[in-house]
Design a protein around this ligand. Sequence first.
Ligand code: AMP
Ligand code: MG
Length: 329
Amino acid sequence: MRKSLKAFAVFVLVVVCVVMLAACDANAEYYVLGTFLEIKTEGAGGAALADEINAFMQETELAVSTVMEGSDIYAVNAAPVGEAVACRPVTMEIVKEAEYVYDLTDGAYDPSVFPLVELWGFSPDKFVAGAEGNIPTDEDIAATLEKVGFRKCFSVDYEKGTVTKLVEGAKLDLGGIAKGYAVEKALSEVGKKQKALVNLGGNIGAANKTYRIGISAPREYASQYFAVVELYAGECIATSGDYQRCFIKDGVRYHHIINPFTGRPADSGVAGASVISSDGALGDALATAVVVAGTTSADKWVSATGCSIIAVNGDMAVSVFGGRTVECV
Ligand code: AMP
Ligand code: MG
């Protein structure tokens, strides 16, 4: 009798511990930077941590949104030519990284592409999923190209923290880099102990644990994912693709990643690109660049940055650059 009571007590204790452990894990969802933010944490304090990460990301959005009045980027885009616009430190930090990737990719990633994004109807305030899109005329594209080109259109003073427009109608857009930046910063908020996975619209960061991540298939495929990678603690993976914000007209796909040289949606043959890096902003911007420029320079970008690149084309053929093992499914 005594023995079975003891066994019962042990069983109850184990059950209670399991319930407590489960209660410590948290799964939170928010909407920020134009997309869904999902945070999974393991261990105590996860819910509060998730709220902190969300608050930080909301602040980042207030600084870099193209559509929120009061953001630095909104102010830069509305300012007349020649006016130096003072920006928050977070904006300057992202602009600096954007300039680095602009140089690294010879302008394939170009944070001044916004006039073209607007012309094609892909800006956050204009794009309606499922709506019939409008194809601009060659004349409109040529005229808009005049307002695009980071070096030509903007001058940045990092010491003073200002951005100055040099060409009438030029506009900045950090939409191709800010999410990766925010995820990378979220990992430092998590600190050294808690295990967490942060997913901001496909920009994913792993804290203090290795997670297995599935990469979405850009076209109809047997499974939702075409590949699985291990994301190590402190790393981020960013994915860009021609399937994320797009419309199809007369059998042609028009999408939100614009080639800043042609003024048209990128047609490099890359349908989806993922970049793994501990520098989330770099990975995000590079993923956008790979969709624009294709994989010709991928080896150069991998050796310059230490990242890994996974590219997939419209026929679901996969190319991998850098040391990462990719399990195709
Ligand atoms: P992502 O999803 O990171 O590839 O970012 C795509 C977003 O970045 C688009 O919705 C545009 O706002 C912006 N964008 C489009 N083309 C480019 C480009 N060539 N360089 C930089 N940003 C771009
Ligand atoms: Mg990007």
